[in-house]
Design a protein around this ligand. Structure first.
Ligand code: UDP
Length: 479
């Protein structure tokens, strides 16, 4: 007899920034006994995933599966390797649907048919797989709502020749002077603030084709759960809901659903840093992390070490083994470590959710990945934006110009060297200046709103998620 539970198949894009919110969502689903969940990795990630997998409370029954795919995401995703990213997604759309279909068929034969697929926006091919089985697909949008509207306007952006421009990449002057003011629900932004991968010249045709497809496929999803909160981006949520209907909902910050503040991660976390933080003054620590993918040149790394030392601020820095292109374990780095041994703490991976919640946190120098930004906001921590690739430049614009809760530097790391003096001045601005105090006040207000959104009594995101689960249950009864 077929299972009477609603069987959710979760397929996150294979990267930490997509796995984190999907796990939080699964934990939420699993609290309701009407549901059962299958988690699907791609082969090349599966071993790494299983190696670090410790089932979080509530997810002990999560079933792990993998489907064949040998590609890995290129390390150091930036504008220059956007072409590779396009190739990766093209290969994914070609190779993965067959494996996912086989798995869904097998689960059905075993008496546990899949009721719906929850997948990332960028895995748009899962919509066609869902259609093969006549089941709905739900998008978990691991970015902000403004990004959804930008993607939704891809046809218009193309028509105006603003993205994937036919004349080639825009010059820096043009990128800074052209203003995009027709993306509904989003404040005007410079061309330079449009997500990098939409401006890429390398791999342009492939990326363009993928982008057009995505902007249409989103309309076929049964729900779009956005990992952001209404009060942060009300006009965008209103616009997108007016286009896609009430099933376009704010559903974040998802990490707030879990009081343990633990991420499921692909690397071992060093918790010693929390004890080091215990010894620091309240509000004094500068936390530095570039997420799971971004990289630095050796020269840029040196400038950053120089700025940190000169700032004299206590710092906690995540230096992943592959963070510095060409490696960082040289003599000058060793000297830096020696000189700053009483000033800073270095780890190769941090328990970031607990770091950001620590009373000694002062400011966050971040690569502007959306999870990191949202985690920072929900803990009331102002930021220094150091965007790398993807849509990180767009996120940085929101931090600095729209929400005014952080600073950015005069150029991007992908455009040239940010010198130590400028980095140090940025640190002082956020942590010591009057303007920095105002940023802190604003981000503290946003923290309150973020927490209100996930309030279990009446939070808008929380209620939206509950409504979504009710819809899935009703749908199951209908079938
Ligand atoms: N993260 C972490 N420890 C670290 C660095 C990052 O737990 O040392 C987590 C962070 O909390 C976030 C995710 O990894 O949930 C990174 O996602 P984000 O969107 O910020 O950046 P990405 O890695 O996707 O570029």
């Amino acid at each position: 007899m077929a299972s009477r539970k609603v069987h959710v198949l979760a397929f996150p894009a294979p990267a930490q920034g997509h796995i984190s919110p999907m796990i939080h969502l699964c934990k939420f689903i699993a609290q309701d006994p009407s549901f059962t969940i299958s988690w699907v990795n791609i082969d090349s990630l599966h071993d790494e995933f299983v190696k670090h997998w410790v089932a979080p409370a509530g997810l002990e029954a999560l079933r792990l599966h993998s489907i064949p795919f040998s590609w890995k995401l290129p390390r150091g995703v930036d504008a220059n390797v956007a072409g590779n990213v396009g190739d990766w997604f093209t290969a994914a759309a070609r190779e993965l649907p067959g494996g996912l279909e086989d798995l869904i068929r097998k689960l059905g034969e075993e008496g546990d048919p899949v009721s719906c697929i929850v997948s990332d926006y960028i895995c748009d091919w899962t919509q066609d797989v869902a259609a093969v089985f006549g089941i709905p697909r739900i998008i978990l949008w691991s970015g902000n709502a403004a990004w959804t509207s930008l993607e939704y306007h891809i046809p218009e952006l193309l028509e105006k020749d603003h993205i994937f421009p036919s004349r080639g990449k825009a010059s820096p002057d043009e990128a800074n002077s052209v203003i995009i003011d027709y993306v509904r629900g989003v404040k005007p932004l410079r061309l330079a603030d449009v997500p990098d991968y939409l401006l890429a010249s390398e791999g342009r045709e492939v990326l363009k084709e993928l982008a057009i497809k995505r902007s249409f496929v989103v309309k076929r999803a049964r729900w779009v759960l956005v990992n952001s909160f209404y009060d942060l981006e009300a006009p965008t949520f209103d616009f997108m809901a007016s286009e896609l209907g009430p099933r376009f909902i704010p559903a974040g910050p998802l990490f707030l659903l879990d009081d343990s503040r633990k991420n499921v991660v692909l690397r071992p976390e060093n918790e010693d840093c929390l004890r080091w933080m215990d010894e620091q003054e309240p509000g004094s620590v500068l936390y530095i992390s570039f997420g799971s993918v971004a990289v630095l040149s050796e020269e840029q790394f040196e400038e950053l070490t120089g700025a940190l030392e000169a700032s004299k601020k206590p710092f906690l820095w995540v230096i992943r083994p592959e963070l510095v292109v060409g490696g960082h374990s040289n003599e000058s780095y060793n000297r830096f470590c020696e000189r700053t041994k009483n000033q800073g703490f270095i780890v190769s991976w941090a328990p970031q959710l607990r770091v950001l919640a620590h009373p000694s946190m002062g400011a966050f120098l971040t690569h502007c990945g959306w999870n990191s930004i949202q985690e920072s906001i929900a803990n009331g921590i102002p930021m220094l934006g150091w965007p790398y690739g993807g849509e990180q430049n767009t996120n940085c614009k929101f931090i600095v110009e729209d929400w005014k809760i952080g600073v950015r530097f005069s150029k991007r790391v992908v455009q040239g060297l940010i010198e130590r003096g400028e980095i140090e001045a940025g640190i002082r601005k956020v942590m010591d200046s009057e303007e920095g105090k105002k940023m802190k006040e604003r981000v503290e207000n946003l923290k309150i709103l973020a927490r209100k959104a996930m309030d279990k009594e009446n939070g808008k995101s929380f209620r939206g998620l509950q409504g979504w689960l009710e819809d899935l249950k009703a749908m199951k009864l209908d079938r």
